[in-house]
Design a protein around this ligand. Structure first.
Ligand SMILES: Cc1cc2nc3c(=O)[nH]c(=O)nc-3n(C[C@H](O)[C@H](O)[C@H](O)COP(=O)(O)OP(=O)(O)OC[C@H]3O[C@@H](n4cnc5c(N)ncnc54)[C@H](O)[C@@H]3O)c2cc1C
Length: 476
């Protein structure tokens, strides 16, 4: 059949998943490959990514002397996701993760030699791409250009061609292209807030929610799934980050400054405020998605001897990058937000409580307790590391409401099996149809820290490209 078609393999979407699929399909022997991209630029959200990729047993990890194994990674992955991920494709993701880092390196993707803990895992598995997601995309794109893989920009695929239940091509309006197999790699749906409200409802807050990724993440895979009767899975999974939403959209602050004190709607502390962003997301799920950030004048205008501790209050830093600095909690912005009534200031903690309707006694007691921890250097409640324990004791005090406001990535989408083949409502696999990356569901789940999403895109993209090439070439 592939002999009668326009292309061996067509890939929809040119992010990390789509490019990994196209390059791999070529390496597996497919000659005629088309990547259709809706936007005018290659790379989707992948090119905006920080560039941390999770993997175990990569060459880089071994060279760094880190003892790790795919089995340990599997244990962590399933535990962190409370067994809410689909084990078949997850096994593929983790088993092929190390090898995929080696493969990316062989394709010129520049990685820092040192690995980081980009989440809550015990081992260092965060492989940092120097130059972020853009450098990763550039390397794979270069392979496509050098090897005759066609990339058609500005082509938003709106239909899959189906014959006898098998997918055999794509269409953009009346323009049809036939193929031996098709890989859907259209990314997430964060740019369509109606879909966020429907499929990731806990991330949707009228007036607060915005999406950090690329414009092309409109969830087109969901309509494609309906057309061919594909299963969808993973509702409400993905990653949100929280904040006071002082910054304009597109300016994100993923981490909370470690010197802040975060309280729930009862005025009680509920977490180590220096926790990594994926954990903060989980904590917010537990408190009903509304909290308050409290800090004092010392955090805004620190005395010289404490300036360094206030300036970069985050446990995670990326190799080769400038240290993260607080963005929402800058003195000028805070003053402006107070003036606009978006946050409050008072000379006492009780005054803060009164301003936002919290119990004055509870909040005062909670801050006094926290300040005692700062004196002794030990947070007996939530174990915040001593370096972030700075007292809230210099008036005036400040309080800001904090909610989930940024959709970082979505994880509801096409159900795939361990070969990245799309599964039909009937329980059979759809012939000729594969999917990878953020457009799939069940692979990423609730815990999406640690570089899991780029790993998902690259590893499962490779896996899909391999399966798609095998299918297309076996039909010749
Ligand atoms: C700012 C930011 C930082 C991040 N940092 C990290 C990180 O450090 N580590 C990590 O693991 N994850 C990170 N993520 C998440 C990760 O980057 C994404 O989950 C991953 O890159 C998604 O890859 P993808 O190929 O599935 O989708 P994308 O890269 O979004 O690619 C999908 C492509 O499909 C195109 N498309 C959509 N619909 C159609 C259509 N109908 N026809 C044709 N083309 C279409 C889109 O335009 C897009 O180019 C970050 C995300 C963002 C936004």
């Amino acid at each position: 059949m592939a002999g009668e078609v326009d292309f061996d393999v067509v890939v929809i979407g040119s992010g990390a998943a789509g490019l990994s699929a196209a390059v791999t399909a070529h390496e597996q022997g497919a000659q005629r490959i088309l990547v259709a991209e809706s936007e005018g630029v290659v790379g989707g959200s992948s090119r905006l990514a920080g560039g941390i990729v999770m993997a175990a047993e990569s060459r880089l990890q071994k060279e760094a002397g880190i003892q790790d194994s795919v089995d340990d990674l599997l244990h962590d992955y399933l535990t962190f996701n409370q067994y809410g991920a689909q084990i078949g494709p997850v096994r593929t993701l983790l088993r092929r993760s190390g090898d995929t880092i080696d493969w990316l390196q062989e394709h010129g993707v520049p990685f820092a030699p040192e690995l980081i803990k980009a989440g809550i895992e015990r081992n260092r598995r965060g492989h940092a791409v120097l130059g972020g997601g853009q450098a990763l995309v550039d390397s794979l794109h270069r392979y496509c250009r050098n090897n005759g893989i066609e990339i058609a920009l500005g082509r938003r695929v709106d239909r899959l061609l189906v014959r006898d239940g098998a997918v055999h091509g794509i269409a953009v309006g009346d323009d049809e292209v036939t193929a031996g197999s098709v890989v859907i790699a259209t990314g997430g749906f964060g740019a369509d807030l109606e879909k966020v409200a429907q499929f990731m409802p806990s991330a949707y807050e009228e007036g607060w929610t915005w999406y950090i990724g690329a414009d092309g993440s409109r969830g087109d895979a969901i309509a494609m799934a309906a057309e061919v009767g594909a299963q969808l899975t993973g509702r409400d999974n993905g990653l949100r980050t929280v904040g006071p939403k002082f910054l304009p959209n597109k300016l994100n602050e993923a981490y909370q400054p470690g010197w802040g004190v975060m309280v729930d709607p009862q005025g009680r502390r509920f977490m180590d405020e220096s926790s990594l962003y994926a954990l903060v997301d989980q904590h917010y799920h537990h408190i009903g998605d509304r909290g308050f950030m409290i800090f004092d004048e010392a955090a805004m205008r620190p005395p010289a001897e404490l300036a360094d501790r206030y300036r970069s209050p985050y446990p995670l830093q990326f190799p080769g990058r400038e240290p993260f600095r607080p963005r929402n909690y800058q003195p000028d912005l805070v003053d402006e937000m107070v003036a606009k009534g978006r946050m409050f200031t008072a000379d006492t903690v009780a005054g803060l409580a009164a301003a936002v309707g919290l119990s004055e006694d509870v909040l005062t007691g909670e801050i006094e307790r926290y300040n005692r921890f700062c004196e002794t250097g030990g947070d007996r409640d939530f174990g915040k590391p001593a370096e972030y324990l700075l007292p809230v004791s210099t008036a005036p005090y400040y309080i800001a409401e904090v909610r989930p406001c940024t959709v970082n990535l979505t994880a509801y989408g096409l159900r795939i099996d361990a070969n990245s083949q799309v599964v039909h409502e009937s329980g059979t696999e759809i012939q000729g149809l594969y999917a990878a990356g953020e457009c799939t569901g069940g692979v990423l789940a609730r815990y999406t820290g640690s570089g899991n999403a780029l790993a998902n895109a690259c590893v499962m993209g490779r896996n899909a490209g391999e399966s798609a090439a095998r299918h297309a070439l076996s039909a010749v």
